[in-house]
Ligand binder design. Structure first.
Ligand code: 3PG
Ligand code: MG
Length: 398
């Protein structure tokens, strides 16, 4: 039996089910530019419709900070949501009170309603108990399908679970299953690839990972800080020179915990960071003082690929180079393709997530070949840091 209650634990027929989704999707000129979060939310809603529930969707959009503002309305998501579900979706102008109650009263079994932005009320982010009760009053049961909001202790992600019977939706369940397969009780050896710009933003994450994984590959700008801490010339590279001592402590801690830290052995450098600039590929001991490291080199990418062949599990967060600008995408793409090939041949379980990571894997064209790519940004990071996510904790079986 799973550690969490799921849709299998409740009878939904004729019940009003209030479902927290993450519909915080990128939009431009009122149009959704990436519908991944909507598409991945559809399974739970379709199942609830099929089970004859009256489905009430609640979500936030952007950060309106407690003020009603048209640019943060969820109204433009009615049509994309209806399209993903293949059925009409009603809309209520407010998420609590008379407009919401009237809209809920009109629902028949199997109907779907979307409530206006939760964050038009500052009581949502304050996790106000009265607001959680007002939301709960609309429904009989609560479903949380927003793993990517689970790091927030808000009324719709935490408070309401204290008032109504609470279960995880299918997307939440899938996220939790894959995350626990990757770090909770993984098949070893486990590799983590951590990239991104700064060590300072990922300190807790690195501290947690050295105690959990067998190999920790560090790339991106943060690798420069580790190289600098080892006394290497990093030239004009982005590096947090004041974090050198911290980097050395992480390396020492890794040693104690039998975690091997893998730093780049070569690099692609340039005099400045811009597209089309002349590049050099150099060994890591030979970075010219007037150049900056912008990607791992081919030997490093090959080493990651070779080490991956010895691993059973991969957790990936953050690109290993400045992948948005060609040709500094090559290291990330090579590593991503190596992981994808091993996953396809069933030799590797690969889980990735967090902000830029999804964009980098999409750029490499391998999202569908990974075992799981999380839709979460901040929540994925906090999970990698080993933190208890309030929205997940609220769903645990007592
Ligand atoms: C996200 O987009 O990461 C989630 O929807 C959470 O949004 P928030 O960072 O504004 O809480
Ligand atoms: Mg965010």
């Amino acid at each position: 039996m799973s550690e969490f209650r799921t849709l299998d634990d409740l009878d939904f027929r004729g019940k009003r089910a209030i479902v927290r989704l993450d519909l915080n999707v990128p939009m431009k000129d009122g149009k959704v530019t990436d519908s991944t979060r909507i598409d991945r939310s559809a399974a739970t809603l379709k199942e609830l419709v099929g089970k004859g529930a009256k489905v009430i969707v609640m979500a936030h959009f952007g950060r309106p900070k407690g003020k009603r503002a048209p640019e943060f309305s969820l109204q433009p998501l009615v049509a994309p949501l209806a399209k993903a579900l293949g059925r009409p979706v009603a809309f209520a102008e407010d998420c609590i009170g008379a407009p919401a109650e009237a809209a809920v009263a009109k629902l028949k079994d199997g109907d779907v309603l979307l409530l206006e932005n939760l964050r038009f009320h500052d009581a949502e982010e304050a996790n106000d108990a009265g607001f959680a009760k007002a939301l709960a009053a609309l429904a009989d049961v609560y479903v949380n399908d927003a793993f990517s909001c689970a790091h927030r202790a808000h009324a719709s992600t935490e408070g309401i679970a204290k008032v109504l019977p609470a279960v995880a939706g299918r997307l939440m369940q899938t996220e939790l299953d894959h995350l626990s397969a990757a770090l909770g009780n993984p098949k070893r050896p486990v590799m983590a690839i951590v990239g991104g710009a700064k060590v300072s933003t990922k300190l807790d994450l690195l501290g947690n990972l050295v105690g959990k994984v067998d190999l920790l590959v560090i790339g991106g700008g943060m690798a420069n800080t580790f190289l600098f801490a080892e006394g290497k010339e990093v030239g004009k590279s982005l590096a947090e020179r004041d974090m050198a001592e911290t980097a050395r402590k992480i390396v020492a801690e890794a040693k104690r915990k039998n975690c091997r830290i893998v730093l780049p052995v070569d690099a692609v450098t340039a005099a400045e960071f811009k597209a089309g600039v002349a590049t050099k590929t150099v060994d890591i001991d030979a970075v010219p003082a007037d150049q900056m490291i912008l990607d791992i080199g081919p030997k490093s990418a090959k080493e990651i690929g070779d080490l991956l062949k010895t691993c059973k599990t991969l957790v990936w967060n953050g690109p290993v180079g400045a992948f948005e600008t060609s040709p500094f995408d090559q290291g990330t793409t090579a590593a991503a393709k190596a992981a994808a090939a091993l996953t396809t041949s069933k030799a590797l379980l690969s889980v990735a997530g967090g902000g830029d990571t999804v964009a980098a894997l999409a750029h490499a064209g391998v999202v569908d070949q990974f075992s799981y790519v999380s839709t979460a940004g901040g929540a994925f990071l906090e999970w990698l840091e080993g933190k208890d996510l309030p929205g997940v904790a609220a769903l645990k079986r007592q």
